[in-house]
Design a protein around this ligand. Sequence first.
Ligand code: FDA
Length: 413
Amino acid sequence: MPATAASLTSYDVIVLGAGAAGLFCAGEAARRGRTVLALDHATKIGEKIRISGGGRCNFTNIHTSPANFLSENPKFCVSALSGFTPQGFIDRIDAADIAWHEKKLGQLFCDGSANQIVTMLTDGLAANGAGLRTGVSIEAVRRDESGFVVETDEGRYRAASLVVATGGKSIPKIGATGAGYKIAADFGLPVIEPRPALVPLTFAGADKEMASALAGVSIDASVTTEALKPTPKGARKSAKPPSFRDGFLFTHRGLSGPSILQISSYWREGAALSVDLAPTCDVFTELRTKRSDNGRMGLAAALSDTMPKRLAATIADHENWRGNLADRSDKALTAIAKRVHGWRVTPVGTEGYRTAEVTAGGVDTRTLNSKTMEAKSVPGLYFIGEVVDVTGWLGGYNFQWAWASAYAAAQAV
Ligand code: FDA
């Protein structure tokens, strides 16, 4: 959609960033009769919506609850999530005649294309008279006695309320800048250090060689990580991260797949992962049965009924296995089963913002009003969406946070 002309220079509300949260907030605020202008430096807006969910946009999750989000302040998201629920967004999708389906675990996707959601959101702006300027460089943001002043390469805009919806740092090549963190800092608001999340993890040395040799092997696994939390004095224990059971993939540089993306949001440098490589079977019982049925079987052959042959062979290699099952005691089989069900490995890093689906951390929610997203110390300044320290699990939760936080702010501006 072409950008609409900014006919005014002074608005009730300026929204910085026309992504998921910004577009929805601008449309909803305009619907309430506010004069609104959304500004984005990208020429093509809503790119993350377009590429999300493999082009079909996993636009919400019907099981959304505060437990599906990470934040230094876990209760912050409760009010916004209950004020605008997944059903609230489904109602919008239905009203726009966009067909959708549930894929798995409450994840809702468009039947057709994610473009339909971008169109629905931009139509919402146009129908309610909100302005949209794209390809605009934001040079400075400040506050004076009459409100907020946004200096851009096409001139100066003013507004009584300023909503920052510039997202995180993930995928810089489609416009992510992290500009919102700077705006927060300029207004004296603390920012929880941003970090890549929902991102593949990487190995070094022997672990990397092993992963590389297994690249392409994909299994169902259950993964968790140690509870480490960085502090100025170093790592300390924090709440125990959950376990995620889902697809698990070896890559040339480390690990990926949904279970790894999920746990990556909780992983901290130095923390080990614990991986159950065979969550559906009791490996000890399996090995003992095979030992009595066919004692001449080796470990790789015995494990290859439960996992891909290449992985079974690598485990046998790592165990330095020689000989037959019949030569091993129950104690030895128990030790192997323990390692298969609790493989411990320590990544050295992540694939970074280049591939991370989201950015964890962000504007410290202790400085925001949870009902309105307004900065407590700067009346009229709002932060919504991914720029805020609220990060959802994989599965539609991040868009639900974008819609819910946008809706909360739109009712208040
Ligand atoms: P978003 O990033 O959408 O928008 C920010 C906007 O601000 C952009 O338009 C950007 O151009 C603009 N901007 C940035 N800096 C600026 C500056 N200096 N000046 C002006 N404008 C500026 N989530 C989910 O729930 N389901 C899914 O299926 C997926 N899939 C998915 C796939 C991939 C590949 C990625 C990268 C991400 C997802 N996500 C997802 C996550 C989801 O896309 C993300 O959480 C939301 O888009 C966040 O919405 P925001 O509006 O906060 O930021």
